[in-house]
Design a protein around this ligand. Sequence first.
Ligand SMILES: Cc1cc2nc3c(=O)[nH]c(=O)nc-3n(C[C@H](O)[C@H](O)[C@H](O)COP(=O)(O)OP(=O)(O)OC[C@H]3O[C@@H](n4cnc5c(N)ncnc54)[C@H](O)[C@@H]3O)c2cc1C
Ligand SMILES: NC(=O)c1ccc[n+]([C@@H]2O[C@H](COP(=O)([O-])OP(=O)(O)OC[C@H]3O[C@@H](n4cnc5c(N)ncnc54)[C@H](OP(=O)(O)O)[C@@H]3O)[C@@H](O)[C@H]2O)c1
Length: 429
Amino acid sequence: MTRYCIIGAGPAGLAALKAMLDSGHEVDCFEKSDTIGGHWNHDYDALHLITSRQVTGYEGFPMPEHWPLFPHRDQMLEYFHLFADEFDLRRHITFGTSVDRVEPLPTDGPVGSAGWSVTTSDGVRREYDGVLVANGHLWDQKIPDIPGAFTGKQVHSGSYRNTGDIDGRRVLVIGSGNSGCDLAVDAAQDHFDTHIVIRRGHHFQPKTFFGKPRSELAWMQEFTFEEQDLLARLMMRVSVGEASDYPGMPIPDHRALADGPPVVNDLLLYWVQHGRIKVRPGIERFDGKTVHFSDGTSDDFDTILWATGFHASLPFLDDDLLVKQDGVPLRVGGAVVPLDLEKLYLIGMIGARGPQPPIYPVQADLAVRMIAIHEASPRGFVPIAGPLTQAQSHEWRIDILRPLWLEQVEQTKVALQVIAASQPVGASA
Ligand SMILES: Cc1cc2nc3c(=O)[nH]c(=O)nc-3n(C[C@H](O)[C@H](O)[C@H](O)COP(=O)(O)OP(=O)(O)OC[C@H]3O[C@@H](n4cnc5c(N)ncnc54)[C@H](O)[C@@H]3O)c2cc1C
Ligand SMILES: NC(=O)c1ccc[n+]([C@@H]2O[C@H](COP(=O)([O-])OP(=O)(O)OC[C@H]3O[C@@H](n4cnc5c(N)ncnc54)[C@H](OP(=O)(O)O)[C@@H]3O)[C@@H](O)[C@H]2O)c1
């Protein structure tokens, strides 16, 4: 009998689990913590979604209508509990058990074609016909190498909970992605002397236009992707103005929103104009509690909040199985398939712009289609990762425009139909 393993019971793992159960598979899901919901269990208290309630849930399972337009972290977590309960997912999950090793079973064929061996933290080794990896890509905290040493308190956004984590009054937030903006606003609103490092200009997009998220303005959807980008910039010009309207703010070197990082935050700019958040350039070096900036200025700080992002890590896989670019495993097949690795499916190793939960069932569906092809073959294996690696471009991005990723998904569905049709005994995709 065929049996499958899922690593992680966060939003991606839950979607993968439902898809595998719906398609009649035997599945063991291992979750290293004692609960479902992934990082939403320990994100900072001030966190609200940047994507709206209506578009952020899984397709066919909307968030409750009475929730706010931009739900709080706790509501997001509750949503995943509602989902797990509705589809009775918990009984398939082994909690408190981490997957420590994932190794291809020996074979003369392509790597992974004979299945995978999975060793869990309780020392048990099991063999599976396929592994769906949903361990998240926003947990391995990235702290850049900067000359010198800072001797004040340091906390990464992945560990920050609230302003109780800040020592002293002077705080420097490093990084201006969505985490950096949220942390700087949190500190400023609690009257800390707050500074933020923004080393290159970008467009801080407001959460709403005309009181509605961009994705819910019906008339916007009439336009092409490029036209929507232009319209959003024109509306931002009216409500936000330009970078030069905000003291210290670097000027973006790109025009289109699509060409810069997707940072959505109204309050950072608000507090910059109220003098409660000061914008600083890149850091040259640390010296005790003194931070030297690239414009020649320096200041003392009590606490640094690193909001410098995360590494995409698969610590249970041998590094030489993966081909990486800038530390990110290269993938094909809608970012589900690591190059040339058969029967290993990455669910959630992509951040196609817009709401994330709807991505995972789409990726899980691709994995289910690939599994169906293997299972329909008398040998239990049909080359899929190999041909996709040959035919498709190798995706290096996590942050990718949604239409590009959706195009990759559609191309993959077609490729799988071709692979299935070329099999002697009616494999179907
Ligand atoms: C601060 C923040 C705000 C965000 N805001 C939004 C937003 O507004 N809208 C939006 O759409 N998206 C948002 N996102 C994106 C968010 O990452 C996704 O929505 C989603 O939570 C990712 O789910 P995941 O299951 O891939 O990862 P995770 O949530 O990280 O879950 C991974 C799970 O795998 C488990 N695990 C890891 N390794 C192992 C192992 N070896 N063995 C067993 N279990 C393991 C972990 O314990 C965890 O439970 C935000 C992300 C962050 C960090
Ligand atoms: N409210 C929300 O919904 C919310 C909140 C937080 C996070 N998220 C999501 O979670 C994901 C991770 O976001 P994130 O903000 O944690 O990470 P991120 O998007 O990777 O941003 C990292 C930031 O760190 C900066 N940085 C890196 N190295 C630096 C250095 N040496 N000096 C100065 N700055 C440096 C980057 O600047 P450069 O651009 O110059 O490299 C960038 O601004 C994203 O998908 C995000 O949308 C959502």
